[in-house]
Design a binder for this molecule. Structure first.
Ligand SMILES: [Zn+2]
Ligand SMILES: [Zn+2]
Length: 220
């Protein structure tokens, strides 16, 4: 049992009876420790969507709140599962029924020694990335069409649409696919917001850029 004993996750040798090694368990504890802050972000995503100015207008639809809520429910259920397992098999006292309390209890537990530890490491360490993906806006880190392009001049008015781009790397920017105009800095975006006088368009632009209801409210 002790001979040639290796981690079920990374297959490194383990000096004790653990099912997973200390390095893998450390990653798990770090994921559990980050859960409180990440869940707070996720809650903002879930509750904030309902207050978006165009959320009920039927323009495009924003399915992400349900998705984020589903993720929260899944993580909570999985966390409850690990607590119950540790309670039954390792006599761990049941913690309070909050994400933070349960995560804290699991982090301090001897789950590393449990036969299901490999499964626990895989599951728990997947949570932070899943939450970060869910709180990103837009969901696909792509392009959101927001409003008519305001560019124009003597005798012409651009017929294009403004798009907010969220590159995978770097900061968001706004551009018009028709005339090629581009707004990159916060100052430029603010100028753009001043040009598109409609409050709804302005709010929609900010939401597409920042994706947070609080930013929209601040823009009033
Ligand atoms: Zn390992
Ligand atoms: Zn244009």
């Amino acid at each position: 049992m002790t001979h040639g004993h290796t981690c079920t996750v990374c297959h490194e040798p383990i000096p004790d009876q653990g099912i997973v090694c200390h390095a893998c368990w450390d990653r798990t504890v770090a994921a559990l420790a980050s859960l409180g802050a990440l869940m707070a972000d996720l809650d903002i995503t879930i509750t904030g969507q309902g207050r978006m100015p165009f959320g009920s207008s039927g323009s495009g639809g924003v399915p992400y709140d349900q998705k984020a809520a589903g993720l929260r429910d899944t993580i909570r259920a999985q966390l409850v599962g690990w607590c119950l397992l540790l309670h039954e098999d390792h006599h761990m006292p049941l913690p309070n029924d909050t994400i933070v309390d349960m995560a804290h209890a699991v982090a301090l537990s001897d789950l590393r020694m449990h036969e299901a530890a490999g499964e626990a490491v895989a599951e728990i360490t997947s949570w932070p990335a899943a939450i970060r993906t869910a709180v990103d806006w837009p969901a696909e880190r792509s392009v959101v069409r927001v409003w008519r392009c305001p560019q124009g001049g003597e005798g012409w008015q651009c017929e294009g649409w403004l798009h907010v781009h969220h590159p995978t790397e770097g900061t968001p920017y706004v551009s018009c696919h028709a005339c090629g105009a581009r707004w990159e800095t916060l100052e430029q975006m603010d100028e753009l917001r001043a040009v598109i006088v409609s409050q709804r368009a302005s709010a929609r632009l900010l939401t597409a850029i920042f994706g947070r209801a609080d930013q929209v409210r601040r823009a009033g």
